[in-house]
Design a binder for this molecule. Sequence first.
Ligand SMILES: Nc1ncnc2c1ncn2[C@@H]1O[C@H](COP(=O)(O)OP(=O)(O)O)[C@@H](O)[C@H]1O
Ligand SMILES: [Mg+2]
Length: 618
Amino acid sequence: MRADKMNPGGVSGNRSGLDSVTGKLKHYTMMMIVLSGAINILGITLPLFTMQVFDRVLSSRNVDTLFLLAIAAGLALVTAALLDGIRSMALGRLGEWIMQCLAPDVLARSIERRLVDGTLRTEMLRELSQLRSFVGGPGVPAILDIPWTPLYLLIAFLIHPWIGFLSLIGMLVLLTLAWLNQKLSHMKMRKAAALNAQVMRDGDAIMRNAEVIDSMGMSPAVVGRWSRTLGEEVRLQDSLQCRNAALVSVTRLTRSLLQVTLYTTAAILVLDQQLTGGAMLAASIIMSRLLAPMESMFVHWRSLVLLREISGHLKAFFALPDLRSTETELPRPLGRVSVERVVVAIAGHPAPILRGVSFSLEPGEHLAIVGPAASGKTTLSRVILGILRANQGAARLDGMDVSKWRRADLGKHIGYLPQDVELFAGTVAENIARFKKYPDAEIVRAARMAGCHQMIVSLPNGYDTEIGEGGYLLSGGQRQQVGLARALFGRPRLVVLDEPNSNLDAVGEQALKQALTWLRESHVTAIVVTHRQAIVGQMDKLMVLQNGAIKLFGPVEEVLTKHREKPATVSNETVSQLAADANRAIVDSRQEDGDAATNGSSDAHDDDVEDQPKEAAA
Ligand SMILES: Nc1ncnc2c1ncn2[C@@H]1O[C@H](COP(=O)(O)OP(=O)(O)O)[C@@H](O)[C@H]1O
Ligand SMILES: [Mg+2]
């Protein structure tokens, strides 16, 4: 049972992950059934021994035979116990193996699905973990015993046809009860499982927003709302539990009544001299063994149904189309970006978020995107990076549709600083190096480019400072700087920075400007969503995005001239202000060029555009 055949994180792959596990699982299941066969055959020891002792030894008074029988029975029972132990251990490991094989694939796929439909798919991981505990739990051995029940039935018939019939009837009664249970509970069980998933999901979401909830005293209301869903689930589970408990009692009663009937029938047969006393005892043992798996199946019925649901979910999950199907490794891109009539519409969002956006950038060109809040800037960045697939049109890098590019290949050439910078649990160095092994010099180089080398070395452990959950807490600006270093790391060909200076102070912003200069010198294409005039001023092109459509696009100066000629075309006040401020930025950057010696003097002009007086437009 080795997991190394699998391809953890093989997002781009196919269904082979699940298929190969299912294939091997069939093989292991067969092995387990054979092992269970051996255990069940050895299980005949006790009734056989009882019969021999009662019918042979007691009548012949042969003590030697008795000892011989006892030793043989002892050996057989020890072997059965050993095999039983091996079976339980193997099942436990099988559960772990399934988890190890599928969990990385499931998580990698969950990441992809999250980007496609925005749903949080961690419940698939949770379900996988349920599957693992079921496989290693007590229910499976009982189920594995079921194929061997005919063996005991046959022996019952061999002892006496009446005993056989009685056992058969007992089996059928228990099966009918189980079936009835399934019929009655099926819908409720499904609903309860769905509610349980929702309770978990909502709980996660609440925990993520702990700060907001606590700061504004929302806890009672939020928890109250969550409790309502929980209450609904608890009520359902409770009624299921009650019904199941009742049916389990009925089953136990049925079993006891069957034993009584068996003894009565057997006694009549003994009196009629059709059966020996030993056979009567043996029949009783056989009947218990025959009905035991049925009864435990009953007890584990819920898990069994859950298992079926989970494997259905897993199959459906793995059958979802892959986002990136290309398997060919493509050469390192030059950085030519072309966006062709991209339309992005999201279910539940009234109007399309992007409405036919088209533009292109030559390798090494720098573009600034400005636009009011919710105009689609972040969405456009995500389409350009292939994180989000457009409903219509495509974003291409060197002519290749980015959404189809194999992620492990494309990611090397991309630098992305998202609007909400997320760093991961790990050291600063690991975060910058994107959790891959790289020489330290490369990491320091990226940090220097992002202008945060000094900040990092002043942390408690420098580059080895643990950050993220349970580690050192970085401020918003520090996180943004480390995020920028991560984006610049590994010599990318396309860098997209989404509002990179929202948390930066003057020094941080100066570093950002230097990083952009470095990107320009290295001929790296850059797209920056920003409202800061100082940044816009040093870009080649400017795009004004409004309501998901391009209002203006072209060389920075040209866009601003156009805007001045036809101010009526830009109705939105904010956009006109942004454009106006960008205009000022050019003037500022020219001043800066002329005043290069005074390092950082331009910071005085780098106010947020929102703070600019409107007259600046004139
Ligand atoms: N995954 C999503 N689901 C629903 N609406 C979304 C999603 N992503 C973005 N939007 C909506 O699209 C619009 C544009 O968002 P965004 O691109 O983030 O704007 P910007 O970055 O310009 O502020 C917003 O109205 C936002 O609510
Ligand atoms: Mg945004």
